[in-house]
Design a protein around this ligand. Structure first.
Ligand SMILES: [Fe+2]
Ligand SMILES: [Fe+2]
Length: 180
């Protein structure tokens, strides 16, 4: 087949991006949970699980191509700031960081899809195209949450606390990016 080495290299870069994303979203999830922002905690947990499934899909392809999976994060994660000994969560900023991570991944996977296509590896190309669709959904979700927070501010947060107190924190986000 075409240039296996090139595809393996690109697929492994994608694995490292997905690992970074999983770590980042889990980190945000822990802090949202700690603050009682149930809806956002669940959202980040669910999306991080989807990203983990992407690592699985990419790994399958790497092993099929007779490469090995390199398990390392592309970059370090962004940590929250401590103000007067307390962790500060700037929700708008967190949602913006997440939306930007998704958008950068979309750009990267578009480039990788073209490169795999040019190298004659149409299966890897299709894999990247499938992932692009899901990452675009994630970006959209984080954008919508950001807009809601901007519009409703404290009410948005108060509602999440009420949901938690009532034990009614199902948020319908189970389906995010499941068309994979
Ligand atoms: Fe992903
Ligand atoms: Fe994503």
């Amino acid at each position: 087949m075409a240039n296996r080495e090139k595809s393996i290299e690109l697929l492994n870069i994608a694995v490292s991006k997905e690992i970074q994303t999983v770590l980042q979203y889990l980190y945000f999830q822990f802090h949202f949970e700690d603050k009682g922002y149930t809806h956002l905690a669940k959202l980040f947990k669910n999306v991080s699980i989807k990203e983990m499934m992407h690592i699985d899909m990419l790994s399958d392809r790497i092993l099929f191509l007779k490469g090995d999976v390199i398990m390392k994060s592309a970059d370090s994660i962004v940590y929250l700031d401590k103000v007067d000994g307390k962790m500060e969560i700037d929700i708008q900023k967190v949602l913006q960081i997440a939306a930007e991570m998704e958008s950068k991944t979309v750009d990267l996977y578009n480039d990788f899809a073209s490169q795999c296509g040019a190298a004659g590896d149409s299966t890897s190309k299709r894999l990247f195209e499938k992932l692009i669709e899901i990452e675009e959904q994630h970006e959209d979700t984080f954008d919508i949450e950001g807009d809601n927070f901007k519009k409703f501010g404290d009410t948005y947060l108060a509602l999440q606390t009420i949901q938690r107190v009532q034990g009614n924190d199902e948020d319908g986000h189970e389906d995010i990016g499941t068309n994979d």
